[in-house]
Design a protein around this ligand. Structure first.
Ligand SMILES: *Cc1c(COP(=O)(O)O)cnc(C)c1O
Length: 362
């Protein structure tokens, strides 16, 4: 069986153990005689899968009891609208930090429903850093403060110890590309959302972790399907949930737990990222554009400085058994997405290839 090292930003590589388990259970789940894809979402089999997924996720993320966990559809992009529709309930104002394309999209969507203020942006330097901010510049009565915790395209992140201090204003974090990658204190957030297809499972399901007091204040115009209360009251089964995607997430949660949980993932992820960044920082050919203190440990961006060499690198890497190292179409260069499921051997293969490429082209 051929398996490549897949550095895709999303959908992205999943643990091979998870894929194999899914394959084993594909035709008949347990003693059900049917696939999870074929069973009623009201069946006891699926109810158990959902309950187990929710409880494992709660445990892995150390989610306090005053938070609700939802499994929704529509991707992280739907959250860009759902968050303001549900949270803009008092002052109708929200603050934003623009640290990349996803953060900007969240801001633009929110501006359609209320007052949206940009507190800081790193667009001046192609989003290569996380701006330093001062709480006194924040809107004191804002309904929420939004950040994109890990910037998938540019390769920067808010470290867990570098979150903006928003006081009583609920902090909303898009953690689509770094959920389950290192330990973040959920209680510092009012809401965390994450599309599954980067570090958690297949496309089709988006998780929302929301403080319970933030549920139930949606604007009147909010479509039923975009109201957190509807989904919370119906335990994510108001309508048919993305059953199979939730089932795969459950298998991923079991895998993460078996590996020692998020803290253990963090340790390995930091080793993987450090090895790669250290090599790049000592290279005569490659450079990493993001300032060291704000670098993502999930999406490592780097360039040679020449578009031609970048293209040659991407082409050559495919021959060496690596896929999807091309940077996002908006910035070019290279990007290695090294999510939980990417083994250290993938990093070593990449570095070996970079060494060879440097020798031949520097
Ligand atoms: C991929 C991504 C999105 C968009 O996710 P969809 O599920 O495609 O809507 C939003 N935010 C971040 C940080 C992402 O990485």
């Amino acid at each position: 069986m051929k398996r490549v090292y897949n550095f895709s930003a999303g959908p992205s590589c999943l643990p091979v153990e998870v894929l194999q388990r899914a394959a084993d259970e594909m035709v008949s789940y347990g003693d059900s005689g049917m696939s999870v894809m074929e069973m009623s979402h009201r069946s006891s089999y699926f109810k158990d899968i959902l309950a187990e997924a929710k409880s494992l996720y709660k445990e892995l993320m150390n989610v306090p009891d005053n938070y609700e966990i939802l499994f929704l559809q529509g991707g992280a992009s739907t959250q860009f609208a759902m968050v303001p529709l549900n949270l803009l309930s008092k002052s109708n104002k929200a603050d934003f930090m623009i640290t990349g394309s996803w953060a900007k999209k969240a801001y633009q969507e929110s501006a359609r429903y209320g007052e949206a203020k940009v507190i800081a942006s790193s667009e001046d330097k192609t989003f290569s850093y996380i701006p330093k901010v001062d709480s006194k510049d924040f809107t004191p009565d804002a309904d929420f403060f939004h950040i994109c915790v890990n910037n998938t395209i540019y390769g920067s992140r808010f470290r867990p110890d570098n979150l903006p201090d928003t006081g009583d204003v609920p902090l909303v974090g898009d953690m689509s590309s770094n959920i389950l990658s290192e330990v973040y204190d959920v209680s510092k957030f009012g809401l965390i959302y994450a599309g599954a297809q980067k570090n958690m499972g297949p496309a089709g399901v988006t998780t929302v972790i929301i403080r319970k007091d933030l549920i139930g204040h949606a604007k009147d115009i909010t479509p039923t399907m975009l109201n957190y209360k509807i989904h919370a009251d119906n335990d994510s089964c108001y309508n048919t949930p993305p059953c199979y995607s939730i089932y795969i997430c459950k298998l991923v949660y079991e895998w993460v737990k078996a590996k020692g949980g998020v803290a253990a993932m963090e340790k390995i992820n930091k080793e993987k990222a450090k090895k790669l960044y250290d090599f790049i920082d000592n290279s005569k050919l490659f450079t990493a554009p993001v300032v060291p203190e704000d670098r993502s440990i999930m999406n490592v961006t780097f360039v040679t400085g020449s578009d031609e060499l970048d293209a040659l690198f991407v082409k050559g890497s495919k021959k060496a058994g690596m896929e999807n190292l091309k940077g996002h179409r908006s910035i070019g260069g290279m990007r290695a997405s090294i999510y939980n499921a990417m083994p250290m051997a993938g990093i070593d293969t990449l570095i070996d290839f970079m060494k060879k490429f440097e020798k031949e082209n520097a």
